[in-house]
Design a protein around this ligand. Structure first.
Ligand code: HEC
Length: 141
């Protein structure tokens, strides 16, 4: 009881970052397809419309002029698996959606990393061990 209340409060705090996000998280996945749509529909709730980040109830790092975006695998893994106060989006986005939003943030907001990053590369980053991907127990012993 006490634990679930605390969880509910934590989730409420998370979702208060953006009404669009709150609404869409209930749906399990996002329909936005292009990187631009995904950024403005999902990411900007925390990272702000101009990707400058914010400091308030938590610290949301700027994605603008961010050298951490030089290697596309880094933002892709953060999006797939989440990190600290950033939720994991791996189950809510397709590989193509993740490739698109990674491409978008790497080429906007002062970032100039135009190297291609494909859905296949995203797929390769998804852990084959991740529970959501495992269909059934293949117990051999
Ligand atoms: C609920 C709020 C929230 C949403 C929505 C969100 N993020 Fe984040 N993001 C964070 C927080 C908080 C961190 C910092 C995590 C940490 O402390 O390491 C972060 C970190 C990151 C980082 C690492 C930045 C760095 O310099 O290391 C990237 C890249 C990133 N987010 C991209 C995205 C993208 C792209 C989206 C949209 C698909 C997104 N985030 C949506 C909260 C959010």
């Amino acid at each position: 009881m006490r634990l679930s209340l605390r969880l509910a409060l934590a989730v409420a705090g998370l979702l208060s970052a953006g009404p669009v996000l709150a609404q869409e998280l209930h749906m399990g996945h996002f329909h936005e397809q292009t990187g631009e749509e995904i950024f403005h529909g999902v990411c900007q709730g925390c990272h702000m419309p101009n990707a400058q980040g914010a400091v308030g109830a938590g610290a949301y790092p700027a994605l603008a002029n961010n050298p951490h975006l030089a290697a596309p695998e880094y933002p892709a893994l953060v999006i797939l698996n989440g990190r600290k106060a950033m939720p994991a989006f791996g189950d809510m986005f397709s590989d193509a959606q993740i490739a698109n939003v990674v491409g978008y943030v790497r080429t906007h907001f002062g970032n100039n990393y135009p190297s291609a990053f494909t859905a296949a590369q995203v797929a390769a980053l998804r852990s084959p061990e991740s529970p959501s991907e495992v269909e059934g127990p293949a117990k051999e012993h």
